[in-house]
Design a protein around this ligand. Structure first.
Ligand code: SF4
Length: 387
């Protein structure tokens, strides 16, 4: 039996969106493990894409935002002039608050002084580099088009120009040992980074890696090796003052990714571009994933939206709990109940009981957090909370 507070609470409202995501789908080539909305070897579509993004965003009433995130794809695959145009146009379409976080995803092979200057001149103050590894064999296996030396040089240069650098690394690649992973991790932590995201390699349906695994040509590492790598990551980062704050994310004090926090805290965000997903005023929408379909629809003045659904307050509350519990500090269920207008203790009573019994979560008053063992089973806890 659940208690909904909202219908009788005239003060409850959906959160005002103060974040924006822009998806730039272009890449040099498609890496074998990637299932993002990406288009490779179609750089002739860059100019139409820029017009389409601008047209999509023109319907907004220049909302004020605190975080802007250009992801992809590879935003820095855009040539300097196009990147400059896009960043300037985003400043026209959004009112970027004075202390806003402005992030761009980048690949090491695109990084040079000229591109970094354009980013810095346009107020970009955070760069997230898709490094994935510093080991030549692993980079080759992952089909990355940069070398280890290029990655290290890009981090140094980005730190000089942008200041705030985050790095993405992949672990549990086929054939990788715990000591191989430790070497990658140490190399990253010896470089001037403030934030680290680490992801175990997954074999997603539709990727060439998935196919290769199915045919027995690629094999993931054993689960106990993957757990050992993850545990090692937590230990090594803690020793180096990069704190674990979300299942896959680690940051120095003051350098948590504010844009991702807006997602995890369900604060609402605008989004534009192929496959981009937004959450505004209680409605979740996803654009067409294919860049060519996206372009055709915008060019013919049709909506780029492929899916649109209002979410109920109950769904919203459950999602806030499921994403929130992935934060290592845990979540305050009483605060979440107030913010969602739904009594989460009642709604999620069974989920809380199951995950507590399994030893995955601990409760102190209104506060719920993952146990050290639960950190390894965060997906199970989240799925219980989603109901
Ligand atoms: S560079 Fe990144 S976005 Fe592009 S294909 Fe590779 S993993 Fe996917």
């Amino acid at each position: 039996m659940q208690t909904k507070l909202a219908p009788s609470d005239p003060n409850w409202a959906w959160p005002t969106s103060r974040s924006a995501y822009v998806h730039v789908p272009f890449c040099r080539h498609r890496c074998g493990y990637c299932n993002f909305s990406v288009i490779a070897n179609r750089d002739e579509l860059m100019k139409p894409f820029l017009s389409a993004i601008d047209q999509e965003l023109a319907s907004l009433d220049r909302p004020e935002i605190d975080t802007l995130f250009l992801g992809g794809g590879t935003p820095t695959h855009l040539p300097v002039a196009e990147l400059d145009w896009l960043l300037k146009q985003l400043a026209v379409r959004f009112d970027l608050s004075e202390h806003s976080e402005r992030s761009v995803e980048a690949n090491p092979e695109d990084i040079d002084e000229e591109k970094l200057r354009v980013l810095a001149d346009n107020g970009i103050n955070r760069i997230s580099l898709g490094v994935q590894s510093f080991t030549p064999e692993k980079l080759k296996l992952l089909q990355r088009s940069h070398s280890a030396a290029q990655a290290a040089a890009a981090i140094e240069l980005a730190a000089k120009w942008i200041g705030n650098v985050s790095v993405d690394l992949i672990f549990a690649a086929p054939g990788e040992s715990v000591s191989d992973w430790q070497a990658d991790l140490q190399t990253a932590l010896d470089l001037p980074i403030n934030h680290l995201s680490t992801y175990a390699l997954t074999f997603e349906k539709g990727t060439s890696f998935w196919n290769a695994k199915r045919l027995g040509r690629l094999e993931g590492v054993d689960e106990d090796v993957e757990v050992a790598m993850y545990t090692l990551t937590r230990q090594v980062t803690a020793q180096r003052g990069i704190h674990h704050y979300e299942i896959s994310n680690f940051a120095k004090d003051g350098f948590r990714c504010r844009h991702n926090l807006a997602y995890w805290e369900g604060r609402g965000w605008y989004a534009a571009g192929p496959g981009a997903a937004r959450f505004v005023e209680g409605r979740r929408e996803v654009n067409h994933r294919s860049t060519t379909t996206y372009l055709k629809r915008i060019e013919s003045n049709q909506s780029p939206i492929a899916e649109s659904e209002p979410i109920t307050q109950e769904q919203y509350a459950r999602e806030r709990a499921a994403f929130g519990v992935r934060m290592i500090d845990g979540i305050d269920f009483a605060k979440l109940s107030r913010e969602t207008g739904v009594d989460l203790f009642t709604l999620c009573a069974e989920a809380i009981e199951t995950s507590t019994r399994d030893g995955f979560i601990q409760r102190r008053g209104d506060h719920i957090s993952l146990t050290p063992r639960g950190i390894l089973f965060a997906d199970s806890v989240a799925s219980e909370l989603l109901g």
